[in-house]
Design a protein around this ligand. Structure first.
Ligand code: G6P
Ligand code: MN
Length: 443
């Protein structure tokens, strides 16, 4: 493996999260010495906007040793690449809007990665991600793919079936963001923490958070604080007030189920009725984002082209970029740092099926992810929830590969946000129409 002059490609380069990843890369350039950074996107305009912004970032920080490229050609993007950071969003925010709005029409949760919206996105995303992983296998089979592309469990399950040899880590920043937000709210230093956690992606629980400096498990005291009052949005989410709802719901979950700190995404499975009641079905999260960060990014790129610069990129990016860049460093240095990753279970949770894709802590080094066993069975409440969700996810990936309408319907019906097969079928039939050209044909 090359250890200097690395070539890095961001797939989905035009995404609004790119500056955060680039900043994290620049902050770590001594440990992850790269000389080429390529933005790859199928949308040339968005990619060029981001190219303009990243050029500005490099210039502002006087970085001259990095060559910045942009391309829509996978051969250029992946030939000789060492690390691929993947954050593609098949169908963009326009299709996310459909994912969110179609289930809401039938009174069901409409969300990007959870519920039927997540499943619709999954059937689009699997195809796009498999294509991208296929390109990497063709042009640079030894490259490491660090994947943030959603819905993580579905896409990682599909990649595992089709390209089991791919060097890929599947990661989600939600656990690190929860930990960082908790630490900032209550004055802890997250760097001292060893968190124990298990679940499926966007569907899990902490079992303990050992603080090395304080020499105790701090989860019981954190639970007490979270039970009393929800946490406040951390600075890195300050521009985005809707995160407050997530933290409010987290406190609600803890008040009902006080043994574990939950992943906030469980709100969609535990309180689907409440979530639907509180959602504006004509203006969803996708609308919010299109009207805020997507629009702002375009404006910033336009301003930079006109020679006007702003202070926006001094922003606090949170842990999103650092987390995935730290993973690359841990591979390169064989560092065995600990990350939450989405991996095949294979006994990490002893009483859950071996072939489930689970989210658990893992050490990361040259061999990739080495998951850490929980070393105790999980209780029936979490196990039951996870098994139903996992079966629904397996069925959806089957539906993709077998182009099976029946499997898709079974999957939609089993999704934990859906109370009736009738509604599942209605949503599925609407989504087939909305996703024409993105989904495989289901027969
Ligand atoms: C977290 C999750 C991601 C998800 C994102 C949504 O970072 O881990 O999986 O995509 O939140 O954020 P957004 O601002 O796009 O609603
Ligand atoms: Mn995630």
């Amino acid at each position: 493996m090359k250890t200097k002059d690395l070539n890095i490609t961001i797939a989905g380069g035009g995404a609004t999260h790119t500056p955060g990843i680039v900043q994290a890369l620049l902050n770590s350039i001594d440990r992850l010495p790269f000389s080429t950074l390529t933005l790859y996107d199928i949308d040339a305009q968005r990619n060029d906007d981001m190219y303009t912004i990243v050029s500005y970032l490099l210039k502002k920080q006087h970085i001259t040793a990095v060559e910045l490229k942009q391309t829509t050609d996978p051969e250029i993007a992946f030939t000789h690449v060492d690390f691929v950071f993947s954050q593609i969003r098949v169908g963009g925010f326009e299709m996310r809007e459909q994912d969110e709005k179609i289930p809401l029409k039938y009174g069901l949760v409409g969300q990007e990665t959870c519920g039927l919206g997540g499943f619709a996105y999954g059937l689009r995303s699997i195809g796009g991600l498999l294509e991208m992983v296929g390109f990497v296998q063709k042009y640079a089979p030894d490259a490491w793919i660090l994947n943030y592309t959603n819905p993580e469990t579905l896409v990682s399950e599909a990649v595992r079936r089709k390209y089991p040899q791919a060097h890929m880590l599947n990661a989600c920043d939600m656990t690190i963001s929860i930990e960082e937000t908790i630490a900032r709210n209550y004055g802890y230093d997250r760097k001292n923490w060893i968190p124990q956690y298990y679940g499926l992606n966007h569907f899990g629980w902490y079992t303990s958070i050992y603080d090395k400096k304080l020499e105790r498990d701090v989860m019981p005291e954190l639970l007490e604080k979270l039970k009393k009052a929800p946490m406040k949005i951390a600075e890195f989410n300050a521009a985005d007030p809707s995160w407050q709802n997530a933290w409010n719901m987290m406190s609600k979950i803890i008040n009902n189920f006080p043994d574990n700190i939950p992943n906030n995404y469980l709100e969609y499975y535990l309180y689907p009725d409440l979530v639907v009641q509180e959602t504006d079905s004509s203006y969803t999260r996708a609308n919010e984002i299109m009207d805020s960060r997507v629009k702002e990014t375009k404006e910033i790129a336009a301003n930079l082209r006109d020679g006007i610069s702003g202070s926006y990129y001094d922003a606090d990016f949170g842990e999103h970029g650092n987390y995935i860049v730290d993973m690359a460093i841990s591979i390169l240095e064989d560092g065995h740092q600990r990350f939450m990753l989405i991996v095949p279970n294979h006994g990490a949770i002893e009483n859950l099926r071996a072939d489930a894709m689970v989210e658990v802590p893992a050490y990361v080094g040259r061999l990739g992810a080495e998951p850490i066993s929980l070393r105790q069975p999980i209780g029936d409440f979490h196990k039951g929830l996870m098994e139903a969700q996992n079966a629904a996810e397996k069925l959806l990936v089957d539906a993709f590969f077998e182009q099976s309408y029946q499997k898709a319907l079974q999957s939609f019906t089993l999704n934990q946000t859906v109370p009736s097969a009738d509604k599942a079928k209605k949503v599925l039939d609407d989504m087939i129409i909305a996703n024409k050209g993105y989904w495989p044909d289901l027969n």
